[in-house]
Design a protein around this ligand. Sequence first.
Ligand SMILES: CC(C)(COP(=O)(O)OP(=O)(O)OC[C@H]1O[C@@H](n2cnc3c(N)ncnc32)[C@H](O)[C@@H]1OP(=O)(O)O)[C@@H](O)C(=O)NCCC(=O)NCCS
Length: 148
Amino acid sequence: MATVADIWHRAWHLAHAGHVPDGLTAGRTLAAFHERTPARVADTTVAEDGGRVVGFIMVVDDEVEQVFLDPDLHGSGISATLLAEAELQVAAAGHDVAWLAVVTGNARARRFYEKHGWSDAGDLPYEVTALGERFVSPCRRYEKRVRP
Ligand SMILES: CC(C)(COP(=O)(O)OP(=O)(O)OC[C@H]1O[C@@H](n2cnc3c(N)ncnc32)[C@H](O)[C@@H]1OP(=O)(O)O)[C@@H](O)C(=O)NCCC(=O)NCCS
């Protein structure tokens, strides 16, 4: 899970800095990601390229909680495979509709979800904790039907 933490940290800052409260960005240190990942093994599926972990999803019930790809591979198409797998996992768990929260200013991710058939279902202020402090991230809720 160490590589997952490294990718999570790098890609998170690329996509979120400036679009979430500054205190939250400050709290998302590399060490914090390394602390968080071991507890998430059961929710995590990784993508490999040439035997190297390059991205991951975390799925919890009907929520696609995380979709992260090594920034060196953005635009490669690997993220489409990851997202399709996340949708399959939500459907396999018995849910008709998958959902996720995406930070409002994360334009690349929003375009990515929209081109894969996800719809903007409205405002979703998302509460998160970093360094023991609570923050509200301005997010949108996206949804996609994953079973007929
Ligand atoms: C989100 C993520 C998995 C998508 O994977 P990706 O390989 O970058 O996705 P793609 O390149 O296939 O799609 C991105 C689209 O956004 C477009 N795009 C890029 N920058 C953009 C911007 N600033 N504004 C609007 N669209 C943008 C791209 O042109 C592409 O659209 P196109 O295929 O129509 O040209 C990846 O970018 C990532 O890991 N980001 C960091 C972590 C993150 O934000 N995760 C999601 C959290 S909810």
